[in-house]
Ligand binder design. Structure first.
Ligand code: PEP
Ligand code: MG
Length: 561
């Protein structure tokens, strides 16, 4: 038995034999072309156009998040700058094959040098180049193998075109050696609920046919497991499957303590899916989607229509809408200064809205109108609130617009440490663990090289959550969690033990978290929280809580009939 590590995507566990993805086509020879330049140019263009059309076709077949990714790839394939680079090489006497290979490699190097999110797009370019080369050479494009039995797919990185159309009856799990938590493989695996571990560098040494257990919640790949490990993994997979099909009851602990389970949404169109998965409302509606593709803020009327569509999907239910959170990982040309050296520490979130208060006022106007026209219980909150003064500024302003429930996101250690004073003004706090972790650990959440620090299990982060939880209990105000941490079933129990009164997450995570909460009483959740706080680091906290949980009695008989 041996174990290797990467970044787990989702919470699933799967077991099966490894099948490796075929290696890439070899780089073409850089020998001068014997054809006319015009002929080579036409060959290159035809091949690129055919690949773009194929990607577009796959996009339509895939739908959803995959469709957007594949359409973006089709656009990259036909990028005019890339086309010019290919033509320039052909004019210098190169073959179409070499020109495509070299031009795409140049573009890839530029993206990699930029790093972060763009760096993780490098694999997309490799895939397009490989498809064009295969087309030029008249050979099949490299892709997912089909061994005729279910398998664990091990690859360097998967192209979106492959991930989008994976046959989930055959591919039990994905393991990649490259890519990080924001790579397209990770994004699509999350959206499709595929068990995946990405960035597992040592998976390059796994041979075809090796039996492995892929554990996404632990971020591990165990090869040649013993029968006890296989049995445990099978039990966990079965429990997960059962949870996915369990009745959509409201979130509650084993002792009946209610913990609302809410959805994180990015656009109103996603509301129906959240409702069908039992979301009791919305804990975080990210309004950025309305703004991201525009060069200026959408009109009040456009915003009202969108908010109204969202609120209409949740009559009588709580819907927490976050004011525009621009800057750092979500820059907007009309709100942010692109030349800030440290945008995560710059004029972002509420700070940038305050600097352009007209945009904030328009957003509040649109929300107040949508609220008046619908039956949902609208709560509004400001992102990236750092001080008590900012809290008072935002909550006063929201009330000026007749919005009765106004709160703040706690994403900065400063506001967590002064949570009692923040909650003296705010009606509620919602902890954004993604940013709270980034700022507590001083690690850019977009940077693969420091991804190891971006772990909300770190006791330093948990101590800040405890601070907010205690302040919520003292002031009698709700404390929600809306970062990725809430989607981790084991951590969700700990967060409740630290004082969270609601949890908001990607709808796909609701079933697992509902099940995890139903197994623990409040007293047990508090004891597990103590165990996590007592650890020295994130890995220690996770391990200690997993062990302590395993030794607790099961409450299943109380919660299932
Ligand atoms: C967070 O920071 O945890 C959060 C929920 O906000 P976002 O991920 O949109 O920054
Ligand atoms: Mg945030």
């Amino acid at each position: 038995m041996s174990e290797l590590r990467g970044v787990g995507i989702g919470r699933g566990v799967a077991q099966g034999p490894v099948v490796r993805m075929a290696e890439a086509l070899p780089a073409p020879e850089n020998t001068p072309s014997t054809r006319e330049a015009d002929t080579e140019r036409t060959r290159a263009r035809d091949a690129v156009a055919a690949v773009a059309a194929d990607l577009q076709k796959r996009a339509e077949a895939a739908g959803g998040a995959a469709q957007e990714v594949l359409e973006a790839q089709a656009m990259i394939a036909e990028d005019p700058t890339l086309q010019d680079e290919v033509d320039a090489r052909i004019d210098d006497g190169a073959s179409a094959e070499w020109a495509v290979h070299d031009a795409f490699a140049g573009f890839r190097a530029t993206l990699e040098a930029v790093g972060g999110y763009l760096g993780e797009r490098a694999a997309d370019l490799d895939d397009i180049a490989q498809r064009v080369l295969a087309r030029l050479q008249g050979v099949p494009a490299p892709g997912v193998p089909d061994p005729g039995h279910p398998f664990i797919l091990v690859a360097r990185d998967l192209a979106p075109a492959d991930t989008a159309l994976l046959n989930l009856d055959q591919v039990l799990a994905l393991v990649t050696t490259d890519g990080g938590p924001t790579s397209h493989t990770a994004i699509l695996a999350r959206a499709k609920g595929i068990v995946a571990v990405v960035g597992a560098v040592d998976a390059a040494g796994l041979d075809d046919g090796t039996m492995v257990i892929v554990d996404a919640s632990a971020g591990t790949v165990v090869s040649d497991p013993d029968s006890a490990q296989l049995e445990r993994a099978a039990q966990r997979a079965a429990a997960r499957d059962a949870a996915a099909h369990a009745p959509l009851t409201p979130g509650a602990l084993a002792d009946g303590t209610e913990i609302s389970l809410l959805a994180n949404l990015g656009k109103p169109a996603d509301a129906a899916d959240a409702v069908s998965r039992g979301a009791e409302g919305v804990g975080l509606f990210r309004t950025e989607f309305l703004f991201l593709s525009s060069s200026q803020a959408p009109t009040v009327e456009e915003q009202r229509a969108s908010y109204q569509e969202l609120l209409s999907a949740f009559p009588g239910k709580k819907v927490v809408v976050r004011m525009l959170d621009a800057g750092a990982d979500k820059p907007l040309a009309f709100l942010n200064d692109a030349h800030e050296e440290n945008p995560a520490l710059g004029l972002r979130g509420l700070r940038s809205l305050r600097a352009s208060e007209d945009i904030l006022r328009e957003q509040l106007t649109a929300l107040a109108e949508a609220d008046a026209a619908t039956q949902a219980d609208l709560w509004v909150m400001a992102p990236m609130v750092t001080t008590v003064e900012e809290t008072k500024y935002f909550t006063d302003l929201a009330r000026e617009f007749g919005l009765k429930t106004a709160g703040v996101m706690v994403e900065v250690p400063a506001s967590a440490l002064l949570a009692d004073r923040v909650l003296a003004h705010a009606d509620f706090a919602s902890i954004g663990t993604n940013d709270l972790t980034q700022y507590t650990m001083a690690a850019d959440r977009m940077l693969g090289s420091v991804a190891g620090f971006q772990d909300p299990w770190h006791p330093a982060v948990l101590r800040l959550v405890a601070e907010v939880g205690a302040a919520g209990a003292r002031t009698g105000k709700p404390v929600g969690i809306c970062g990725e941490a809430a989607a981790d079933p084991l951590l969700a129990v700990v967060l409740v033990g630290l004082g969270a009164t609601s949890l908001s997450m990607a709808p796909a995570a609701l079933a697992d978290v509902r099940h995890a909460l139903s197994e623990r009483s409040l007293d047990e959740a508090q004891r597990l929280a103590e165990v996590a706080l007592a650890a020295d680091d994130a890995a220690g906290a996770r391990k200690a809580v997993a062990e302590a949980t395993a030794s607790l009695p099961s409450h299943q008989k109380e919660t299932t009939s």
